[in-house]
Ligand binder design. Sequence first.
Ligand SMILES: *[C@@H]1O[C@H](CO)[C@@H](O)[C@H](O)[C@H]1NC(C)=O
Ligand SMILES: *[C@@H]1O[C@H](CO)[C@@H](O)[C@H](O)[C@H]1NC(C)=O
Ligand SMILES: *[C@@H]1O[C@H](CO)[C@@H](O)[C@H](O)[C@H]1NC(C)=O
Ligand SMILES: *[C@@H]1O[C@H](CO)[C@@H](O)[C@H](O)[C@H]1NC(C)=O
Ligand SMILES: *[C@@H]1O[C@H](CO)[C@@H](O)[C@H](O)[C@H]1NC(C)=O
Length: 323
Amino acid sequence: MLEIAVVVFLITVPSVITFQPIWIGDSFSEKSFLSPLQNDLLWETCGVQKESKHKEFPWAVSFTVDGVNRLGGSIISPYHILTAAHGFVTTIGARGSLCMDRDLKHPNSSVYRSIEFLRETRKVAYGGKCIRGFTEEYPNDTRCNKPDVIHNKIRSVLVDGDFAASNCTSGHDWAIVEVEQRIQFGKDVQPICLPRPNMYYTRSLTVPGWGRSYIFNESGPLIHEIPMRVDRDCRRPWSDRLPADANDYVCATSMDIYNYSAPRTCHGDSGGGLEYRDDFGRAILIAITSFGTRGCPSNMLARFTRVDVYLDLICKYTGVCYY
Ligand SMILES: *[C@@H]1O[C@H](CO)[C@@H](O)[C@H](O)[C@H]1NC(C)=O
Ligand SMILES: *[C@@H]1O[C@H](CO)[C@@H](O)[C@H](O)[C@H]1NC(C)=O
Ligand SMILES: *[C@@H]1O[C@H](CO)[C@@H](O)[C@H](O)[C@H]1NC(C)=O
Ligand SMILES: *[C@@H]1O[C@H](CO)[C@@H](O)[C@H](O)[C@H]1NC(C)=O
Ligand SMILES: *[C@@H]1O[C@H](CO)[C@@H](O)[C@H](O)[C@H]1NC(C)=O
């Protein structure tokens, strides 16, 4: 991928960040909490891909339902995946209509999905490019004859409660998933690095994911790489009335907003990482894919949740504290 426009800039961390933890399932287990020694090891190996001419994404996760991608995520430790909160909220509409008010019809329905539902329906897939092989029902890809991913299960989820509590319009769209089985790192499975607070990064970043490449098409089985360009002014197209000014947003567009076919994030990419490759080629998780203009048009402004804002909380709950 050609890296264009190497414009570097600085954003400052907003000072007031609240946190209201919501546990779906048990709180994280003690064995999943990283020790200082494990942190050293994690810091040495994170964000490094195997030798390859192409970018690889051994930290990319797909939460699937019957082999179809529903949500993305990034591996950050042997037990933890960083993803978006809205994947666990039941009152969320299609991407673009945030927090639909279903509460009137279902006065007792919980805002959050249950752990039983998640354990039963979701598979955590990673370590490969194909989340399914040929099927009758869903789009095929000739490069995916058979699935090559490893499957794991959700043990519990920590959701930032301020996402739903603030009508899904004020940021806080992030969550941490703890998996049941320890994730074994190797050449196809690696954790991505967390960012340093306020770190510098280029304007051209990448989102790996299994989301739809076109609004009306179901997502395919093969991972793809979406180059995105950061827009620090968060300029929305006129048709987009959704918020663009939360404290923890990073905004980005496709590389060419005038090109109808330019790759861009769409349904299913949510939760996936917006990553930066540093001078040493290490991948760093700058932000988490959150939402964008309805229908993912080519001029869409996509919003992402900054990770550096939540480093202290991630450290507190997972033990991933190398900064
Ligand atoms: C909703 O919850 C209230 C209080 O817990 C209960 O009295 C009521 O019967 C419930 N309604 C339904 C439809 O389950
Ligand atoms: C997918 O590929 C298989 C094997 O080539 C074929 O039998 C099937 O009809 C294809 N399904 C679709 C939806 O294209
Ligand atoms: C929540 O957001 C919806 C859609 O943006 C809006 O219609 C509604 O008035 C908002 N509610 C509150 C309490 O802000
Ligand atoms: C969407 O699906 C149609 C019909 O299967 C296909 O012809 C088209 O190429 C797909 N578009 C994209 C962008 O994948
Ligand atoms: C638009 O984007 C597509 C997909 O990346 C690319 O193949 C095509 O060359 C682009 N068209 C123009 C005019 O840049």
